[in-house]
Design a protein around this ligand. Structure first.
Ligand SMILES: Nc1ncnc2c1ncn2[C@@H]1O[C@H](COP(=O)(O)OP(=O)(O)OP(=O)(O)O)[C@@H](O)[C@H]1O
Length: 253
């Protein structure tokens, strides 16, 4: 198991942001974490990455304890946060070189940067400053940076938010390419169409895990409850959260 969480809870004062979440993600799986704004997705991810200490519960990532072995986890995972930090006055290539200097890169850093420029289709714009790139391309550079040390687990917090559908599609192609090579992926999204493409889906509502499983498992489990042979994830989400779709909630802010 790449991620194993047992009753993970995080409180901020009297407020419980994540409430008793247990979850297991296997090697090479793409796991989608879905929930409305404020459901607790980022807080859960920050605990998984070893950035935030849980109030209760325990967990391991790549076999390392999320409280006692935080440094080991942070060096081994790739994490693209919502507020990813690139150097906007540096070029695409300079940014990748910079991150290659921060992490232990296998082999030559220059070769790894070249490999990523090619894989992420960034070759043509490698001399452009990040501040001059369109949003979707900036996200692509951040995605490439999070892969600099070839992590076996990649955690992406809303990588496609605000990105046009064509760019979103190419993001998912890249994600699936990595998963096929054995990289495990945990990704948060508000888009049900993206969630439908995941191997495993975890739905969060007000800090609680309300439904979790592979997409076929979830469909089977909810077919009878929702009186339809092939329920959509959107239907399952609305049923389990009672809150409308994740997209709707986002629109309402
Ligand atoms: N450091 C903090 N102190 C107090 N409350 C916090 C803190 N961090 C998060 N919260 C609260 O915890 C709840 C969950 O926040 P979180 O960012 O995890 O949600 P989310 O599902 O990632 O939402 P979004 O989709 O908007 O990113 C929110 O109500 C938020 O205000």
């Amino acid at each position: 198991m790449v991620i194993r969480l047992d009753s993970l809870t995080k409180r901020f004062g009297a407020f419980t942001a994540v409430d008793g979440v247990s979850l297991e993600v296997k090697e090479g799986e793409v796991c989608g974490l879905i929930g409305a704004n404020g459901a607790g997705k980022t807080t859960l991810i920050r605990m998984i990455c070893g950035i935030l200490r849980p109030t209760r519960g325990e967990g391991s990532v790549l076999g390392y304890d999320i409280v006692k072995e935080r440094d080991a986890i942070r060096h081994r995972i790739g994490y693209m946060s919502q507020k990813f930090s690139l150097y906007s006055d540096m070029t695409v290539e300079e940014n990748l070189r910079f991150f290659a200097g921060l992490y232990p890169v296998k082999g030559s850093s220059a070769d790894r940067v070249e490999e990523l420029l090619e894989r992420f289709d960034l070759e043509e714009m490698k001399k452009q400053r990040v501040e001059n790139l369109a949003g979707g391309w900036r996200q692509r550079v951040a995605f490439a940076s999070s892969m600099i040390h070839s992590p076996s687990l990649l955690i992406l917090d809303e990588p496609t938010s605000g990105v046009d559908p064509v760019t979103r599609r190419s993001f998912w192609d890249l994600l699936y390419g990595l998963a096929e090579e054995g990289t495990t992926v945990l990704v948060t999204t508000h888009y049900m169409s993206e969630a439908e493409q995941c191997d495993r889906v975890a739905m969060l509502n007000r800090g609680r895990l309300v439904a979790e499983g592979t997409v076929p498992d979830l469909r089977n489990r909810f077919a009878e409850i929702l009186h339809t042979p092939r329920p959509t994830l959107e239907g399952i989400f609305i049923h389990t959260t009672g809150e409308g779709s994740a997209d709707d909630n986002r629109a309402r802010g």
